[in-house]
Design a protein around this ligand. Structure first.
Ligand code: GAR
Length: 195
């Protein structure tokens, strides 16, 4: 059974979709949820699901990412994860941290990568006049949002869409895509999935 740790910063709806999928004959189980935001709603939601949950506030470390990551590593390494899923985790990780989990750290990003790395993805897709938007699950590498793509799900951008209406339609797609990709990765399948 593969052990999965999930890093969050906010509501944790992707974390919940992942955790709820890891039941029955699924080859993985959630072993830890960590948030850099101590008040993240996802922490209490994880605890209610019986998943060990921890907070490591980034603020006391200021701009010292390495010091924050040393603290983040403590609960993470103690949980001995085989796979680490970033699920709305909004801190940029240093190459040194990423290299510890090379090939076994996944992220979900709300755009059709390689388009729109970083923030405000839906607003940028609309402003560019794109016909489609969506989400991507990829391996995390040192380059932000640029690791190998494991899966994508897409939908049309509708006339009158705003960043908010688009985000509200893409989020349920994320909840389908991420568990589907995690299941494949946990089974040893790195083939690309398109929904
Ligand atoms: C999701 O839309 C996820 O794709 C995005 O944050 C949201 C988290 O929602 N992630 C990023 O923008 C990463 N750069 P959730 O906390 O409800 O899962």
């Amino acid at each position: 059974m593969k052990r999965v740790a999930i890093l969050i910063s906010g509501g944790g709806s992707n974390m919940i979709a992942l955790a709820e999928s890891m039941v029955g004959d699924h080859p993985a189980r959630p072993v830890l949820v960590v948030s850099n935001e101590p008040t993240a709603a996802g922490l209490s939601r994880a605890a209610r699901m019986g998943i060990p949950a921890a907070a490591v506030d980034h603020r006391p470390f200021g701009k010292d990412r390495a010091a924050f990551e040393q603290e983040l590593l403590k609960p993470l390494l103690a949980a001995e994860p085989d796979i680490v899923c970033l699920a709305g985790f909004m801190r940029v990780l240093t190459p040194a941290f990423v290299s510890r989990f090379e090939g076994r750290m996944l992220n979900i990003h709300p755009s059709l990568l390689p388009k729109y790395t970083g923030l405000h993805t839906h607003a940028r897709a609309i402003a560019a006049g794109d016909a489609e938007a969506g989400c991507t699950v990829h391996e995390v590498t040192a380059a932000l949002d640029e690791g190998p793509i494991l899966g994508q799900a897409r939908l049309p951008i509708l006339p009158g869409d705003t960043a908010e209406t688009l985000a509200a339609r893409v989020l349920p797609l994320e909840h389908r895509l991420y568990p589907a990709v995690l299941r494949r990765v946990a089974s040893g399948d790195r083939g690309r999935l398109d929904l």
